[in-house]
Design a protein around this ligand. Structure first.
Ligand SMILES: Cc1cc2nc3c(=O)[nH]c(=O)nc-3n(C[C@H](O)[C@H](O)[C@H](O)COP(=O)(O)OP(=O)(O)OC[C@H]3O[C@@H](n4cnc5c(N)ncnc54)[C@H](O)[C@@H]3O)c2cc1C
Length: 401
């Protein structure tokens, strides 16, 4: 880890936990305070669990504050690809769940009256090639046949919207964007207000099941817990034997650059992506172009925990912006950062019991982790509370492989 550069979102200070006084015992330890961990702590408390201790290590390095703020329907795969990988029935269930979890983000924002720059204006998946253009049309057809909203936008309209060198696009109106630090801070505040405990700088090294619970071994001491929630996404295999031995999760690095506020407003402010999602962008409420991706043009982004930015990727992104946006003014770039997300072996997150009945997980999030982390944490809290869960939950069983 380390070598982290500052992200635009972290201009809003991240709420961090106590540095001392780690308890020796507690009921539940939630490891990780990014969108998954903060959400898990929040929802578990809502279910009435008490004595929850949230811990994190190098909190500002978490992917949750290094993303593009997109809150998207679907997964990183198009519906066409999802059907090919999982079959139509499972793809439909996954899509419906992805809508439900986006709705859950909005519901939590309302429940907590959060000021988090939430905008629900949709998402454009812009094709970069004729092949992708066909895939967009086919995905729209599949989605519509399944009863989901999605529409094809032709290349002329895409050009009129301010893009260039592009084909047509797929548009889903329910996707959104928001400020991830504001959302996550709001969750932590709500958790602390109800009596939760939060410690930062606690490096978990190992988890050991005992006769009456789990021993959480950290560089700062041991905590005996009744149960543990692993919410450390890409970092989970570093301390969880379950994830390490099964090779369920691999880390990979994503990178983003962000401009100074543009003088002229760009017509599409809401989330959009190009080239099968390999490049993704948004225009912030203060009119900055934020664009990430380009990792598929270089080696070295897989299997690393280094947050050092890659200058080749940075230059690639700048060129991509010049080539794909009709922005006349010289774009001045102000921020450049990277973050580590997880490549999951199933392409889906792992939500539920690991091999131990006392060790749960909510991790394995790739590029759609904003909504997925929050919604998956809600699902995990329902599982732990014995509340009814939707059928789709079986696809996220960590013991599935
Ligand atoms: C460049 C980039 C762009 C992205 N863009 C988007 C986007 O626009 N929309 C979207 O939906 N998703 C996006 N994602 C993905 C999304 O950000 C992640 O999937 C999501 O934030 C994962 O959240 P998390 O809480 O599971 O993990 P993280 O946010 O990574 O949090 C991990 C937590 O684990 C803790 N931790 C790690 N190791 C230890 C340890 N040993 N002991 C204790 N604690 C530990 C950390 O302190 C941290 O709190 C992007 C990711 C990147 C990197």
């Amino acid at each position: 880890m380390t070598e982290a550069t500052h992200s635009f979102w972290l201009d809003v200070p991240l709420k961090t936990g106590l540095k001392e006084g780690l308890p020796q015992s507690t009921s539940i330890v939630v490891i990780g305070s990014g969108l998954a961990g903060a959400s898990a702590a929040y929802f578990l408390e809502k279910h009435g669990f008490e004595g929850i201790t949230l811990v994190d290590y190098l909190p500002e390095e978490a992917a949750s504050y290094r993303n593009c703020g997109h809150i998207l329907y679907g997964t990183v795969e198009s519906m066409k690809a999802l059907c090919e990988i999982h079959g139509a029935e499972k793809a439909k269930e996954l899509w419906q769940f992805s809508i439900d979890i986006c709705n859950q983000v909005e519901q939590t924002q309302k429940d907590l009256s959060l000021e988090m720059d939430y905008r629900r204006k949709g998402y454009l998946v812009i094709a970069d090639s004729e092949v992708e253009d066909r895939e967009c049309r086919e995905s729209v057809d599949l989605l519509n046949k399944m009863g989901f909203q999605s529409e094809y936008v032709d290349s002329k309209t895409i050009q009129d919207l301010g893009f260039k060198n592009c084909f047509g696009a797929r548009y889903e109106e329910g996707s959104a964007d928001a400020h991830p630090v504001k959302f996550r801070n709001g969750l932590v505040d709500a958790f602390l207000e109800k009596g939760g405990q939060y410690y930062s700088g606690v490096e978990v090294l190992d988890l050991e099941e005992t006769s009456d619970g789990v021993r959480v071994k950290t560089a700062q001491g041991e905590i005996q817990a009744d149960a543990v929630v692993i919410a450390a996404n890409a970092y989970s295999p570093l301390f969880s034997g379950f994830f390490k031995s099964r090779g369920l999760i691999d880390p990979f690095r994503g990178q983003i650059i962000t401009s100074k506020p543009l003088k002229h407003s760009f017509p599409v402010q809401y989330p959009h992506s190009f080239d099968h999602g390999y490049e993704y962008a948004v225009v912030t409420p203060d009119n900055r172009l934020m664009i990430g991706g380009w990792r598929n043009h270089t080696d070295g982004e897989m299997g690393t925990y280094s947050l050092k930015t890659n200058s080749f990727v940075e230059e690639g992104l700048k060129k991509f912006a010049r080539d794909h946006y009709q922005i006349e003014e010289e774009i001045e770039w102000e921020y450049s950062w990277s973050g580590i997300m997880a490549a999951s072996r199933t392409g889906l997150p792992f939500i539920g019991n690991t091999s131990s009945p006392r060790i749960y997980s909510v991790c394995g999030f790739t590029g759609h982790g904003f909504s997925w982390a929050h919604g998956s944490a809600k699902l995990l809290s329902d599982i732990m509370a014995g509340a009814p869960v939707p059928e789709v939950a079986k696809h996220f069983n960590p013991r599935v492989l």
